[in-house]
Design a protein around this ligand. Structure first.
Ligand SMILES: Cc1cc2nc3c(=O)[nH]c(=O)nc-3n(C[C@H](O)[C@H](O)[C@H](O)COP(=O)(O)OP(=O)(O)OC[C@H]3O[C@@H](n4cnc5c(N)ncnc54)[C@H](O)[C@@H]3O)c2cc1C
Length: 502
């Protein structure tokens, strides 16, 4: 194939999904153009400098033990951007609640024993922790299949925990905080299917899964900048400030170009790697997509507000562990704070303390003035680490991210899209796309970008498909329980009419 005949692929959205697809296809010889609406690539993980020259980013991002594909990519790119595995704590208005060990350093126990036994719970009684045991049935029953999603998606996570007898205290002090930081919403607003999938991936599947590393600077600087250089070296073209508004489709129903207002980018295939809110804007402006029910149905999906703050204090405050999750401060908001002197190289020798505090489901914070938000952050920090009450904030940044992250609301599964669309050469990717891989968040976004790239490769028969590492197989006792449960379900279904709600 000559240079001029190479298939042209337009990728829309330069987050993990879009960058993953662009990188792989550019290296396979495709003529790839990546279009990003914002001023810099990175999507929700973008980082930049303030006018005062301080590094900020749209929230701190952890990389958990099962992020195998992202870790493999770092090896391939020759990057070593991460801290060692870090321990974390959890705080409530009553103070320190839990300190977690590095799970992979503890003697390995069959899941989920290590998760319940190894963390140092300061207050939560054993009886409350034991009340989670019946929930194991739902963990086994939810196998990430389409049927399992349909069975659990219309139930709220709170109802699920209630139905399985989880104690009020375990729900309030453990499960709901995890939902607020993992799915960005309180339990009554989360799909039970999403809750089970997310908890299994990050915590329950294998003892070390909750171990996490952080970037030693902004992800933008440490990962995306060198990655983009390699994308451009491979021939990928990256355009920022290009907002897709429509897709051009010919009489045969095949996409021929992506439109950004008046500008057209000719395409033999298109990969959409845009978040839910971005997709809804595209659908609203696209006469072509208006005609397709699966795209119009995206208007049923929701997104959650997030606020990311960074505070520079005038003195050193000793923060026991670098990463911390907090609950119980606001009824519907979870938050995390990070000691950046411990995590980021650039702040290691800073005379004062640098803290990132991110608020999820932060609707009520959005209208507040920056000063009000920073005062609240300092107050809440002082509840966790009292020394913060005496330190002065000498600089700060507040980044508002309205409708930024996917809301896995009850009933949302039926409106989400798989990789294929009704336009045969338009493929979907991103952290909200239906995928059977089993990963979540950044790893899922990257994996679905590769899955979409592989569909392009299958269509044109040119190049090697990307290797996608599967999540680690279920532990043997979970496998056995799943087989037994599956057989029992099939037996019951063959005997009873399809009469009750799933
Ligand atoms: C505060 C915060 C903390 C988080 N913490 C973690 C964490 O610790 N670990 C973790 O794994 N994940 C975390 N996440 C989630 C993670 O950021 C996302 O799962 C992931 O970045 C999604 O990547 P994506 O490629 O699917 O989408 P995005 O990153 O949303 O990228 C989509 C891109 O599309 C662009 N776009 C939108 N519309 C258009 C258009 N019309 N034309 C062109 N471009 C368009 C957007 O500008 C954006 O750059 C966090 C998110 C937030 C906000």
């Amino acid at each position: 194939m000559t240079h001029a005949q190479r298939p042209r692929v337009v990728v829309v959205g330069a987050g993990w999904a879009g960058l993953g697809a662009t990188y792989h296809l550019a290296r396979q010889g495709y003529d790839v153009t990546l279009l990003e609406a914002g001023p810099y690539p990175g999507g929700l993980v973008a980082g930049w400098k303030t006018t005062g020259g301080r590094s900020v980013e749209a929230g701190i991002h952890g990389f958990w033990y099962p992020y195998r594909n992202i870790f493999a990519l770092m090896d391939e790119l020759g990057l070593q951007p991460f801290t060692p595995w870090t321990r974390s704590s959890q705080y409530s208005p009553a103070g320190l609640e839990v300190e977690s060990p590095i799970f992979q350093d503890q003697p390995r126990l069959p899941t989920p024993l290590g998760t319940f036994l190894y963390p140092n719970f300061r207050r939560l009684p054993l009886i409350d922790r034991l009340s989670a045991l019946p929930l194991l049935y739902a963990v086994v029953d939810f196998d990430n299949s389409d049927e399992a999603w349909r069975r659990y998606d219309s139930v709220t996570a709170r109802e699920l925990f209630k139905q399985f007898g989880v104690s009020a205290r375990l729900y309030r002090e453990s499960f709901e905080p995890m939902l607020l930081v993992g799915l960005f919403a309180p339990g009554e607003q989360c799909s039970a299917a999403a809750a089970l999938g997310m908890l299994y991936y990050f915590i329950l599947a294998h003892q070390p899964n909750f171990d996490v590393v952080w970037c030693r600077g902004t992800v933008g600087e440490r990962i995306f900048r060198p990655w983009l250089e390699q994308i451009e070296q491979a021939g990928g073209k990256v355009f920022t400030q290009r907002r897709m508004t429509d897709v051009q489709v010919d009489e045969s129903g095949t996409a021929t170009a992506v439109l950004c207002g008046e500008e057209a980018f000719a395409a033999d295939a298109v990969i959409l790697a845009v978040g839910v809110t971005g997709m809804q804007k595209i659908v609203s402006s696209s006469p072509e997509l208006h005609r397709r029910p699966e795209f119009c149905n995206l208007m049923n999906l929701g997104a959650v507000d997030v606020v990311a703050t960074r505070l520079w204090f005038d003195r050193k405050v000793s923060v026991p562990l670098p990463s911390n999750a907090c609950f119980g401060f606001d009824a519907t908001t979870g938050w995390t704070f990070f000691d950046l002197n411990a995590l980021h190289d650039e702040y290691r020798d800073e005379p004062g303390t640098v803290i990132e505090a991110d608020f999820y489901h932060a609707n009520q914070l959005l209208p507040m003035e920056d000063e009000q938000i920073i005062a609240k952050v300092q107050r809440d920090l002082a509840v966790c680490v009292p020394e913060f009450a005496h330190a002065q904030v000498i600089d700060s940044s507040v980044i508002r991210l309205p409708r930024a992250v996917t809301h896995f609301a009850p009933g949302s599964y039926r409106s989400m899209l798989p990789v294929h669309t009704s336009i045969p050469n338009v493929f979907m990717s991103g952290d909200w796309i239906i995928s059977r891989h089993g990963s979540w968040s950044q790893e899922k976004a990257y994996v679905t970008g590769l899955e979409a790239a592989n569909q392009v490769i299958r269509r044109f028969g040119m190049g090697q498909p990307a290797t996608i590492l599967p999540v680690d197989a279920d532990e043997p006792h979970i496998q056995v329980a799943r087989i037994l449960n599956h057989n029992l379900r099939q037996f019951i279904q063959s005997r009873l009419p399809d009469f009750w709600l799933p």
